[in-house]
Ligand binder design. Structure first.
Ligand SMILES: *[C@@H]1O[C@H](CO)[C@@H](O)[C@H](O)[C@H]1NC(C)=O
Ligand SMILES: *[C@@H]1O[C@H](CO)[C@@H](O)[C@H](O)[C@H]1NC(C)=O
Length: 827
């Protein structure tokens, strides 16, 4: 390479020598700049054609004028050498070509040679920017196409070694634009190709490279730093499209329900967001508020799940620049068990019959609870231990029904308390009480207090005497419990029991209808029916046994010895009889019973006390001593037989005893017995007296009857013009019984004027009432029949010795008058 250059130089030098040949020689050299000191520029002696000696003798030197001494002459060798490093850029700047001109001056003879050394450029300078950094602040809102001025680079080298081109990297946002200037220089600009986004890239760094064309190529760089300034190009954005929140109803005011937030990608003031609610209904906006700064949603009103279960609102976020976003918030209200169940009794019955079938509906109720889910799930119950149950029919409807059979006698009223509760925690409940009356049904028969009754009555009672009381209880109510007592038909000894006893229907008191005689009847029984007033009535019956107690109303009766008026019967006692000889035995009976019939025997009167005695218990008459001759043949003993009753009754019997060995002896002695004058006289007197009394009473009776008859007839004719004379009637036996004097027992008949029914013609009246028979002359057949009935009754009466007619004439008269009047008024 070097040799090639040298060759070129030599060629040039040869040419210049040729041109200088005639005058002073001139040589040119060309060297690159920056050669090191001492480097050979050219063999000037040879080129000029001078030898070394000449140079020395000629004192050759270089004359440069005022320009620097870059090159020196080496006289020894005859060559030009670099004396000082040559910087073309310093020497010539941008001027080309760049050459150093000097002369070589010789003395002895003076000669002048001109030398030109051309300095050629080498690429020793890189392009350089004034500063190696440049800062820009560009708003992100800058439009594409915006141009930004850049520095130019400087390269002192010339030609190809000078500045050739620029490059800008990276190229995605900006592009380099070079503009040729009139002066040939270039304007360096960068153009915005794509809009900036601070939010993506806040700073951009670019590198501008300037390159020259040298070999090797040199370059300089400029760091470009771009700060992207914020513009309000971003709206706030909510973090969620829909916010969800829940609120428990009845929450206190001020509770924070949710926090919304929106982000704004901008910076500074452009990113300050404020929140607001929009798009809610009136009550919603009353109930909520949003903190415009923090985005907290607060409760400001009352939340009632039963009014609204959801709230839906729009929220808006707005930055300072007016850009906004909106979102939605849905607030679900959570139910709280704040409502008690509501019970509505739709229908109910106040009372129900005790025989109501099971499952009879008593009440229908509906319930409802505005709370939701389990807070509104209701169940109903009724109090326990009552025969009712509650059934659910369909949604929200319940019916209270009877569960089992009712019994008013056990419980006549129920308080049915229906309690409904929800399933909330804690659960709320409410209750209603239904009062139900159980109405009575006649389902209980009367019950006698005892399963059977026994009663005692002492004989010879007064008729109408209350013997005792039966009592039956009926558990039903009111009319169904009103018990009447009825004597059931039966007969005692062939006689209807109703002629023995009667019973008071209301009180159950059993009365004796007649006087009882223990000796006739000792006991009898009958049934009493107790019947209630229900419909149909229920009844039960009980057996009543009446026992008649004995009274000492019968004196002892002596059966032996037989007492006849003129008895000649005598007991014979032989004179030879031993002591204790059984003379006879007095036999007596007492129809009474018990104590009243215990008999004892005593001697009342004895001619000779010492001879006989009577066994106290057995009535045996025995001798107590030996019979002597002094003892009379005729002995008359009077034995008193006494019963043990209180007071006791007694009978006496005369016993004739003949103390003799032969019958004729006895006969002669006993003629006195047959002609007992005193006894016969008394008897005759009594008979006469009785006859007189009977005759008198009969005549009186006749007179009274006739006068009564006339009186009646006249009265009815005159006062009432009646065709129905009323004749008092009394049975045939009326007069006969007159004299007996035994009519303490009163018994009455009343005959009604009915012809058909025999039963109602004649019935027993209350004891003690008066009796009369009214007679219609047209009804003589009836009369006869009644008379025959009466005679039958008489026969019964005489058997039983109980029924007697009243013989009191004055009573009869008064009563017949009364009855007559009542029969008229009855018409
Ligand atoms: C039912 O309630 C009423 C009133 O509270 C009360 O007077 C009555 O005794 C109650 N009845 C029963 C059977 O508990
Ligand atoms: C009396 O009661 C019994 C049962 O106690 C009954 O068998 C009978 O038929 C009843 N008698 C009358 C006449 O009602």
């Amino acid at each position: 390479m070097m040799s090639k250059r040298t060759l070129t130089r030599q060629v040039l030098l040869f040419i210049s020598i040729l041109s200088l040949g005639s005058v002073h020689s001139q040589v040119s050299y060309s060297i690159p700049e920056e050669m090191v000191k001492g480097s050979l520029v050219g063999n000037v002696a040879q080129d000029i054609g001078l030898d070394i000696k000449r140079l020395k003798s000629g004192k050759a030197r270089i004359y440069t004028g005022d320009s620097g001494e870059y090159i020196e002459l080496n006289k020894e060798r005859g060559v030009l050498l670099i004396k000082e490093r040559i910087d073309r850029e310093a020497l010539c700047g941008q001027t080309t070509p760049c050459a150093i001109h000097f002369q070589i001056i010789l003395e002895n003879p003076m000669e002048l040679f001109r030398v030109t050394v051309e300095i050629t450029d080498i690429n020793d300078n890189a392009p350089v920017f004034k500063k190696n950094e440049k800062m820009f602040e560009i708003s992100e809102s800058a439009v594409t196409g915006a141009t930004f001025m850049l520095e130019r680079a400087m390269d002192p080298d010339v030609g190809v070694n000078g500045l050739q081109s620029y490059a800008l990297k990276p190229t995605d946002k900006f592009q380099l634009k070079l503009k040729n200037q009139p002066d040939g220089s270039k304007k360096v600009e960068m153009v915005l190709q794509k809009s900036l986004d601070r939010e993506k890239q806040e700073t951009i760094s670019l590198l501008l490279t300037a390159v020259d064309g040298g070999e090797p190529q040199l370059s300089g760089t400029l760091q470009i730093l771009i700060t992207v300034l914020d513009a309000n190009d971003n709206a706030p954005v909510f973090t969620q499209e829909i916010y969800k929140a829940t609120v428990v109803e009845n929450s206190p005011k001020g509770a924070v329900l949710a926090k919304v937030s929106a982000s704004d990608a901008d910076k500074g003031l452009n990113s300050v967001v404020s929140y607001s609610l929009s798009g809610g209904t009136e009550d919603q906006s009353d109930a909520f508020e949003i903190d415009s700064k923090t985005g907290e949603l607060r409760l400001t009103g009352q939340i009632d799940y039963e009014k609204a279960k959801h709230y839906q609102m729009f929220i808006e976020a707005m930055d300072e620049g007016g850009l906004s976003d909106s979102s939605k918030i849905i607030i679900d209200v959570i139910d709280v068990n704040d409502n008690s169940p509501f019970i509505n009794v739709m229908t109910k019955s106040g009372s129900i019959a005790e025989n109501a079938m099971p499952s009879t509906v008593i009440a229908m109720i509906s319930i409802n609870d505005p709370d939701s889910d389990s807070n509104g799930h209701l169940s109903c119950d009724i109090n326990e231990n009552i025969p009712f149950t509650i059934k659910t029919t369909s949604n929200g409807f319940y019916s209270v029904v009877t569960e089992s059979e009712l019994d008013r006698e056990r419980a006549s009223e129920y308080n049915i308390s229906v309690t409904c509760s929800d399933e909330g925690v804690p659960s709320l409940s409410s209750s209603v009480t239904l009062t139900l009356q159980i109405s009575d049904v006649n389902d209980n028969a009367p019950v006698f207090e005892r399963s059977s009754y026994e009663a005692y009555i002492i004989e010879n009672n007064t008729p109408g005497l209350s013997i005792f009381t039966v009592k039956a209880r009926d558990d039903d109510w009111n009319q169904n419990a009103r018990v009447s007592y009825i004597l059931e038909d039966s007969s005692v000894n062939g006689v209807p029991v109703s002629s023995y006893v009667s019973i008071s229907a209301d009180s159950g008191v059993v009365h004796a209808v007649r006087s009882f005689d223990f000796e006739q009847i000792k006991d009898f029984q009958f049934r009493v029916k107790a019947q209630d007033g229900g419909s149909p009535p229920l009844s039960s019956n009980v057996t009543v046994k009446i026992m008649i107690q004995d009274q000492n109303d019968n004196a002892p009766q002596v059966l032996y010895p037989v007492q006849t008026g003129g008895s000649l019967v005598a007991e014979m006692v032989p004179r030879s009889a031993d002591v204790g000889y059984l003379v006879t035995k007095v036999v007596a009976v007492d129809v009474d019973s018990g104590q009243n019939s215990w008999l004892s025997y005593k001697l009342q009167k004895a001619a000779d006390r010492a001879l006989f005695e009577v066994g106290l218990q057995n009535g045996e008459i025995r001798t107590v001593r030996q019979v002597t001759d002094k003892d009379a043949v005729k002995q008359r003993l009077t034995v008193v037989v006494e019963d043990n009753g209180q007071p006791s009754r007694s009978a006496t019997v005369n016993v004739n005893v003949a103390v003799a060995d032969s019958f004729p002896e006895v006969l002669s002695e006993f003629t006195d017995f047959t002609h007992d004058k005193e006894y016969n006289d008394n008897l005759t007197f009594y008979l006469v007296l009785a006859l007189a009394v009977v005759s008198f009473l009969f005549i009186t009776c006749l007179v009274v009857i006739i006068s009564v008859k006339i009186y009646r007839w006249r009265q009815s004719r005159i006062l009432y013009h009646s065709n129905l004379p009323v004749i008092p009637y009394y049975p045939p036996r009326y007069a006969d019984t007159l004299g007996t004097g035994t009519l303490q027992h009163v018994y009455n008949y009343e005959v009604c004027r009915t012809t058909d029914s025999r039963k109602s013609d004649c019935k027993f009246a209350r004891p003690g009432s008066q009796n009369v028979l009214t007679m219609d002359p047209n009804l003589t057949g009836t009369m006869q029949r009644i008379q025959s009935e009466m005679s039958i009754l008489d026969e019964q009466d005489s058997q039983l010795e109980v029924s007697q007619f009243n013989s009191d004439f004055s009573h009869l008269y008064d009563h017949s008058k009364q009855l007559n009047q009542s029969s008229h008024t009855g018409k």
